[in-house]
Design a protein around this ligand. Sequence first.
Ligand SMILES: *[C@@H]1O[C@H](CO)[C@@H](O)[C@H](O)[C@H]1NC(C)=O
Ligand SMILES: *[C@@H]1O[C@H](CO)[C@@H](O)[C@H](O)[C@H]1NC(C)=O
Ligand SMILES: *[C@@H]1O[C@H](CO)[C@@H](O)[C@H](O)[C@H]1NC(C)=O
Ligand SMILES: *[C@@H]1O[C@H](CO)[C@@H](O)[C@H](O)[C@H]1NC(C)=O
Ligand SMILES: *[C@@H]1O[C@H](CO)[C@@H](O)[C@H](O)[C@H]1NC(C)=O
Ligand SMILES: *[C@@H]1O[C@H](CO)[C@@H](O)[C@H](O)[C@H]1NC(C)=O
Ligand SMILES: *[C@@H]1O[C@H](CO)[C@@H](O)[C@H](O)[C@H]1NC(C)=O
Ligand SMILES: *[C@@H]1O[C@H](CO)[C@@H](O)[C@H](O)[C@H]1NC(C)=O
Length: 365
Amino acid sequence: MHSTLAVLFPLLASFFVAEVRATGSCNATNLCSSTAPCCSEFGFCGDDSFCLGGCQPFASNTLSSCRPRPLCQDATYVFSDNSRILSNATFFDGNTTEYDWVVNNGNIMNTNSSGGELALLLTEGNGGTRISSTRYVHYGTITTRLKTGRWAGVVTAFITMSDVKDEIDWEFPGAATTQGQSNFFWQGVIPDKTAGDTHNVSSDTFANYHDYTIDWQPDALTFSIDGNAVRTVKASDTVQNGIQKYPTTPAQIQLSIWPAGTSQYPPGTVQWAGGMINWLDPDYTSAGHFYALVQSVTVKCTDPSTPSANITGYAYVGNTTGNPTIAFSNASILLNGASTLQGLSLRFPGAVALTSAMLLALSVL
Ligand SMILES: *[C@@H]1O[C@H](CO)[C@@H](O)[C@H](O)[C@H]1NC(C)=O
Ligand SMILES: *[C@@H]1O[C@H](CO)[C@@H](O)[C@H](O)[C@H]1NC(C)=O
Ligand SMILES: *[C@@H]1O[C@H](CO)[C@@H](O)[C@H](O)[C@H]1NC(C)=O
Ligand SMILES: *[C@@H]1O[C@H](CO)[C@@H](O)[C@H](O)[C@H]1NC(C)=O
Ligand SMILES: *[C@@H]1O[C@H](CO)[C@@H](O)[C@H](O)[C@H]1NC(C)=O
Ligand SMILES: *[C@@H]1O[C@H](CO)[C@@H](O)[C@H](O)[C@H]1NC(C)=O
Ligand SMILES: *[C@@H]1O[C@H](CO)[C@@H](O)[C@H](O)[C@H]1NC(C)=O
Ligand SMILES: *[C@@H]1O[C@H](CO)[C@@H](O)[C@H](O)[C@H]1NC(C)=O
């Protein structure tokens, strides 16, 4: 079912190149200057919000250009209203006391039924919706109670994503409403062809809420459905050529719905997602959108060492062993009252889907 990484790389590379505009771009060999020091998730240099969630440490001006990634905090997030969700991440100033989540792309709605329900919307025009936690997790147990979409080509996802693209996924492609897929990535690549797996869910994932858990610990990663472990990956089993290819860097929690079944994606992605989206589906025409529903997200932090009271978050301090070295930081996580934008717009087509999930999709080719 999976092809080799050698085949996947050129496909992914060309996908990225097509999206990136030349001016102000950054990567690990082309760092941002001191005047626009931070390399955004999408590979553009800037200041302000570019230095917050997704800021790429090894492509920014210095390792400390990005703000510390806000410290993990035990919490249960419910969605009885949207007051703790900032509707546009571009305007986030780093204040985690004010917002638990930011909208990176798309539109949300609140149905406030079943004790509170956040709807992530997909329309033909919005390119999908993604929200990210304002705080990061550096190991922990995260459970999301959600209802997926049920339409061919429409993917629902609950993932963790780090600023160097270590990623852990629960994904729900298209019309397969009896299954969930688990997956993980190391620095943006599938470490091994066995990284992705499919799991049955006890009842329809569109009609019923289920709990999907990512239990991410330094030694092992366990995926659970409704409290039952369905898969465990040991970190020690991911070592290749002396490098452990296992997620080790602080990550945001991201929830999304995205349009994989569109002509903007390669055939393999469309096929993985269950085919092209039917925008004439009665569910779509009656509601005006496709959607996924989230009832709660519970986070239990398990930082490898206990942060003292002066700690604000996580910093990258080196990359000596093949995996970045992470330390606690006491620097401010807030932008300095700046509200004007510098640099380029963050938004371009496909922004939601610029996760390594693309790789899994391509591997179906
Ligand atoms: C990094 O960016 C430079 C300048 O845009 C480009 O020439 C180079 O190919 C990029 N490197 C990678 C690995 O993408
Ligand atoms: C949602 O419902 C709860 C209880 O049913 C209520 O307290 C809350 O005010 C409602 N929120 C909105 C935005 O209507
Ligand atoms: C952060 O948000 C909280 C809650 O809205 C507010 O009380 C506080 O003043 C804000 N902090 C800063 C530095 O803006
Ligand atoms: C957020 O605001 C920026 C700047 O106005 C805009 O370009 C972008 O489209 C907005 N994003 C969303 C998700 O509305
Ligand atoms: C998952 O469900 C399918 C269809 O009912 C069944 O064929 C398959 O054996 C199930 N797999 C597991 C691991 O239970
Ligand atoms: C932050 O850490 C530095 C040294 O690491 C220390 O000098 C400073 O006092 C600390 N500041 C706070 C607010 O804890
Ligand atoms: C970190 O180290 C690994 C292994 O040596 C290397 O592949 C990777 O490019 C390094 N990352 C950075 C950003 O230097
Ligand atoms: C935090 O405060 C403790 C004392 O309470 C101090 O020993 C430690 O160096 C501080 N750490 C940082 C990173 O500021």
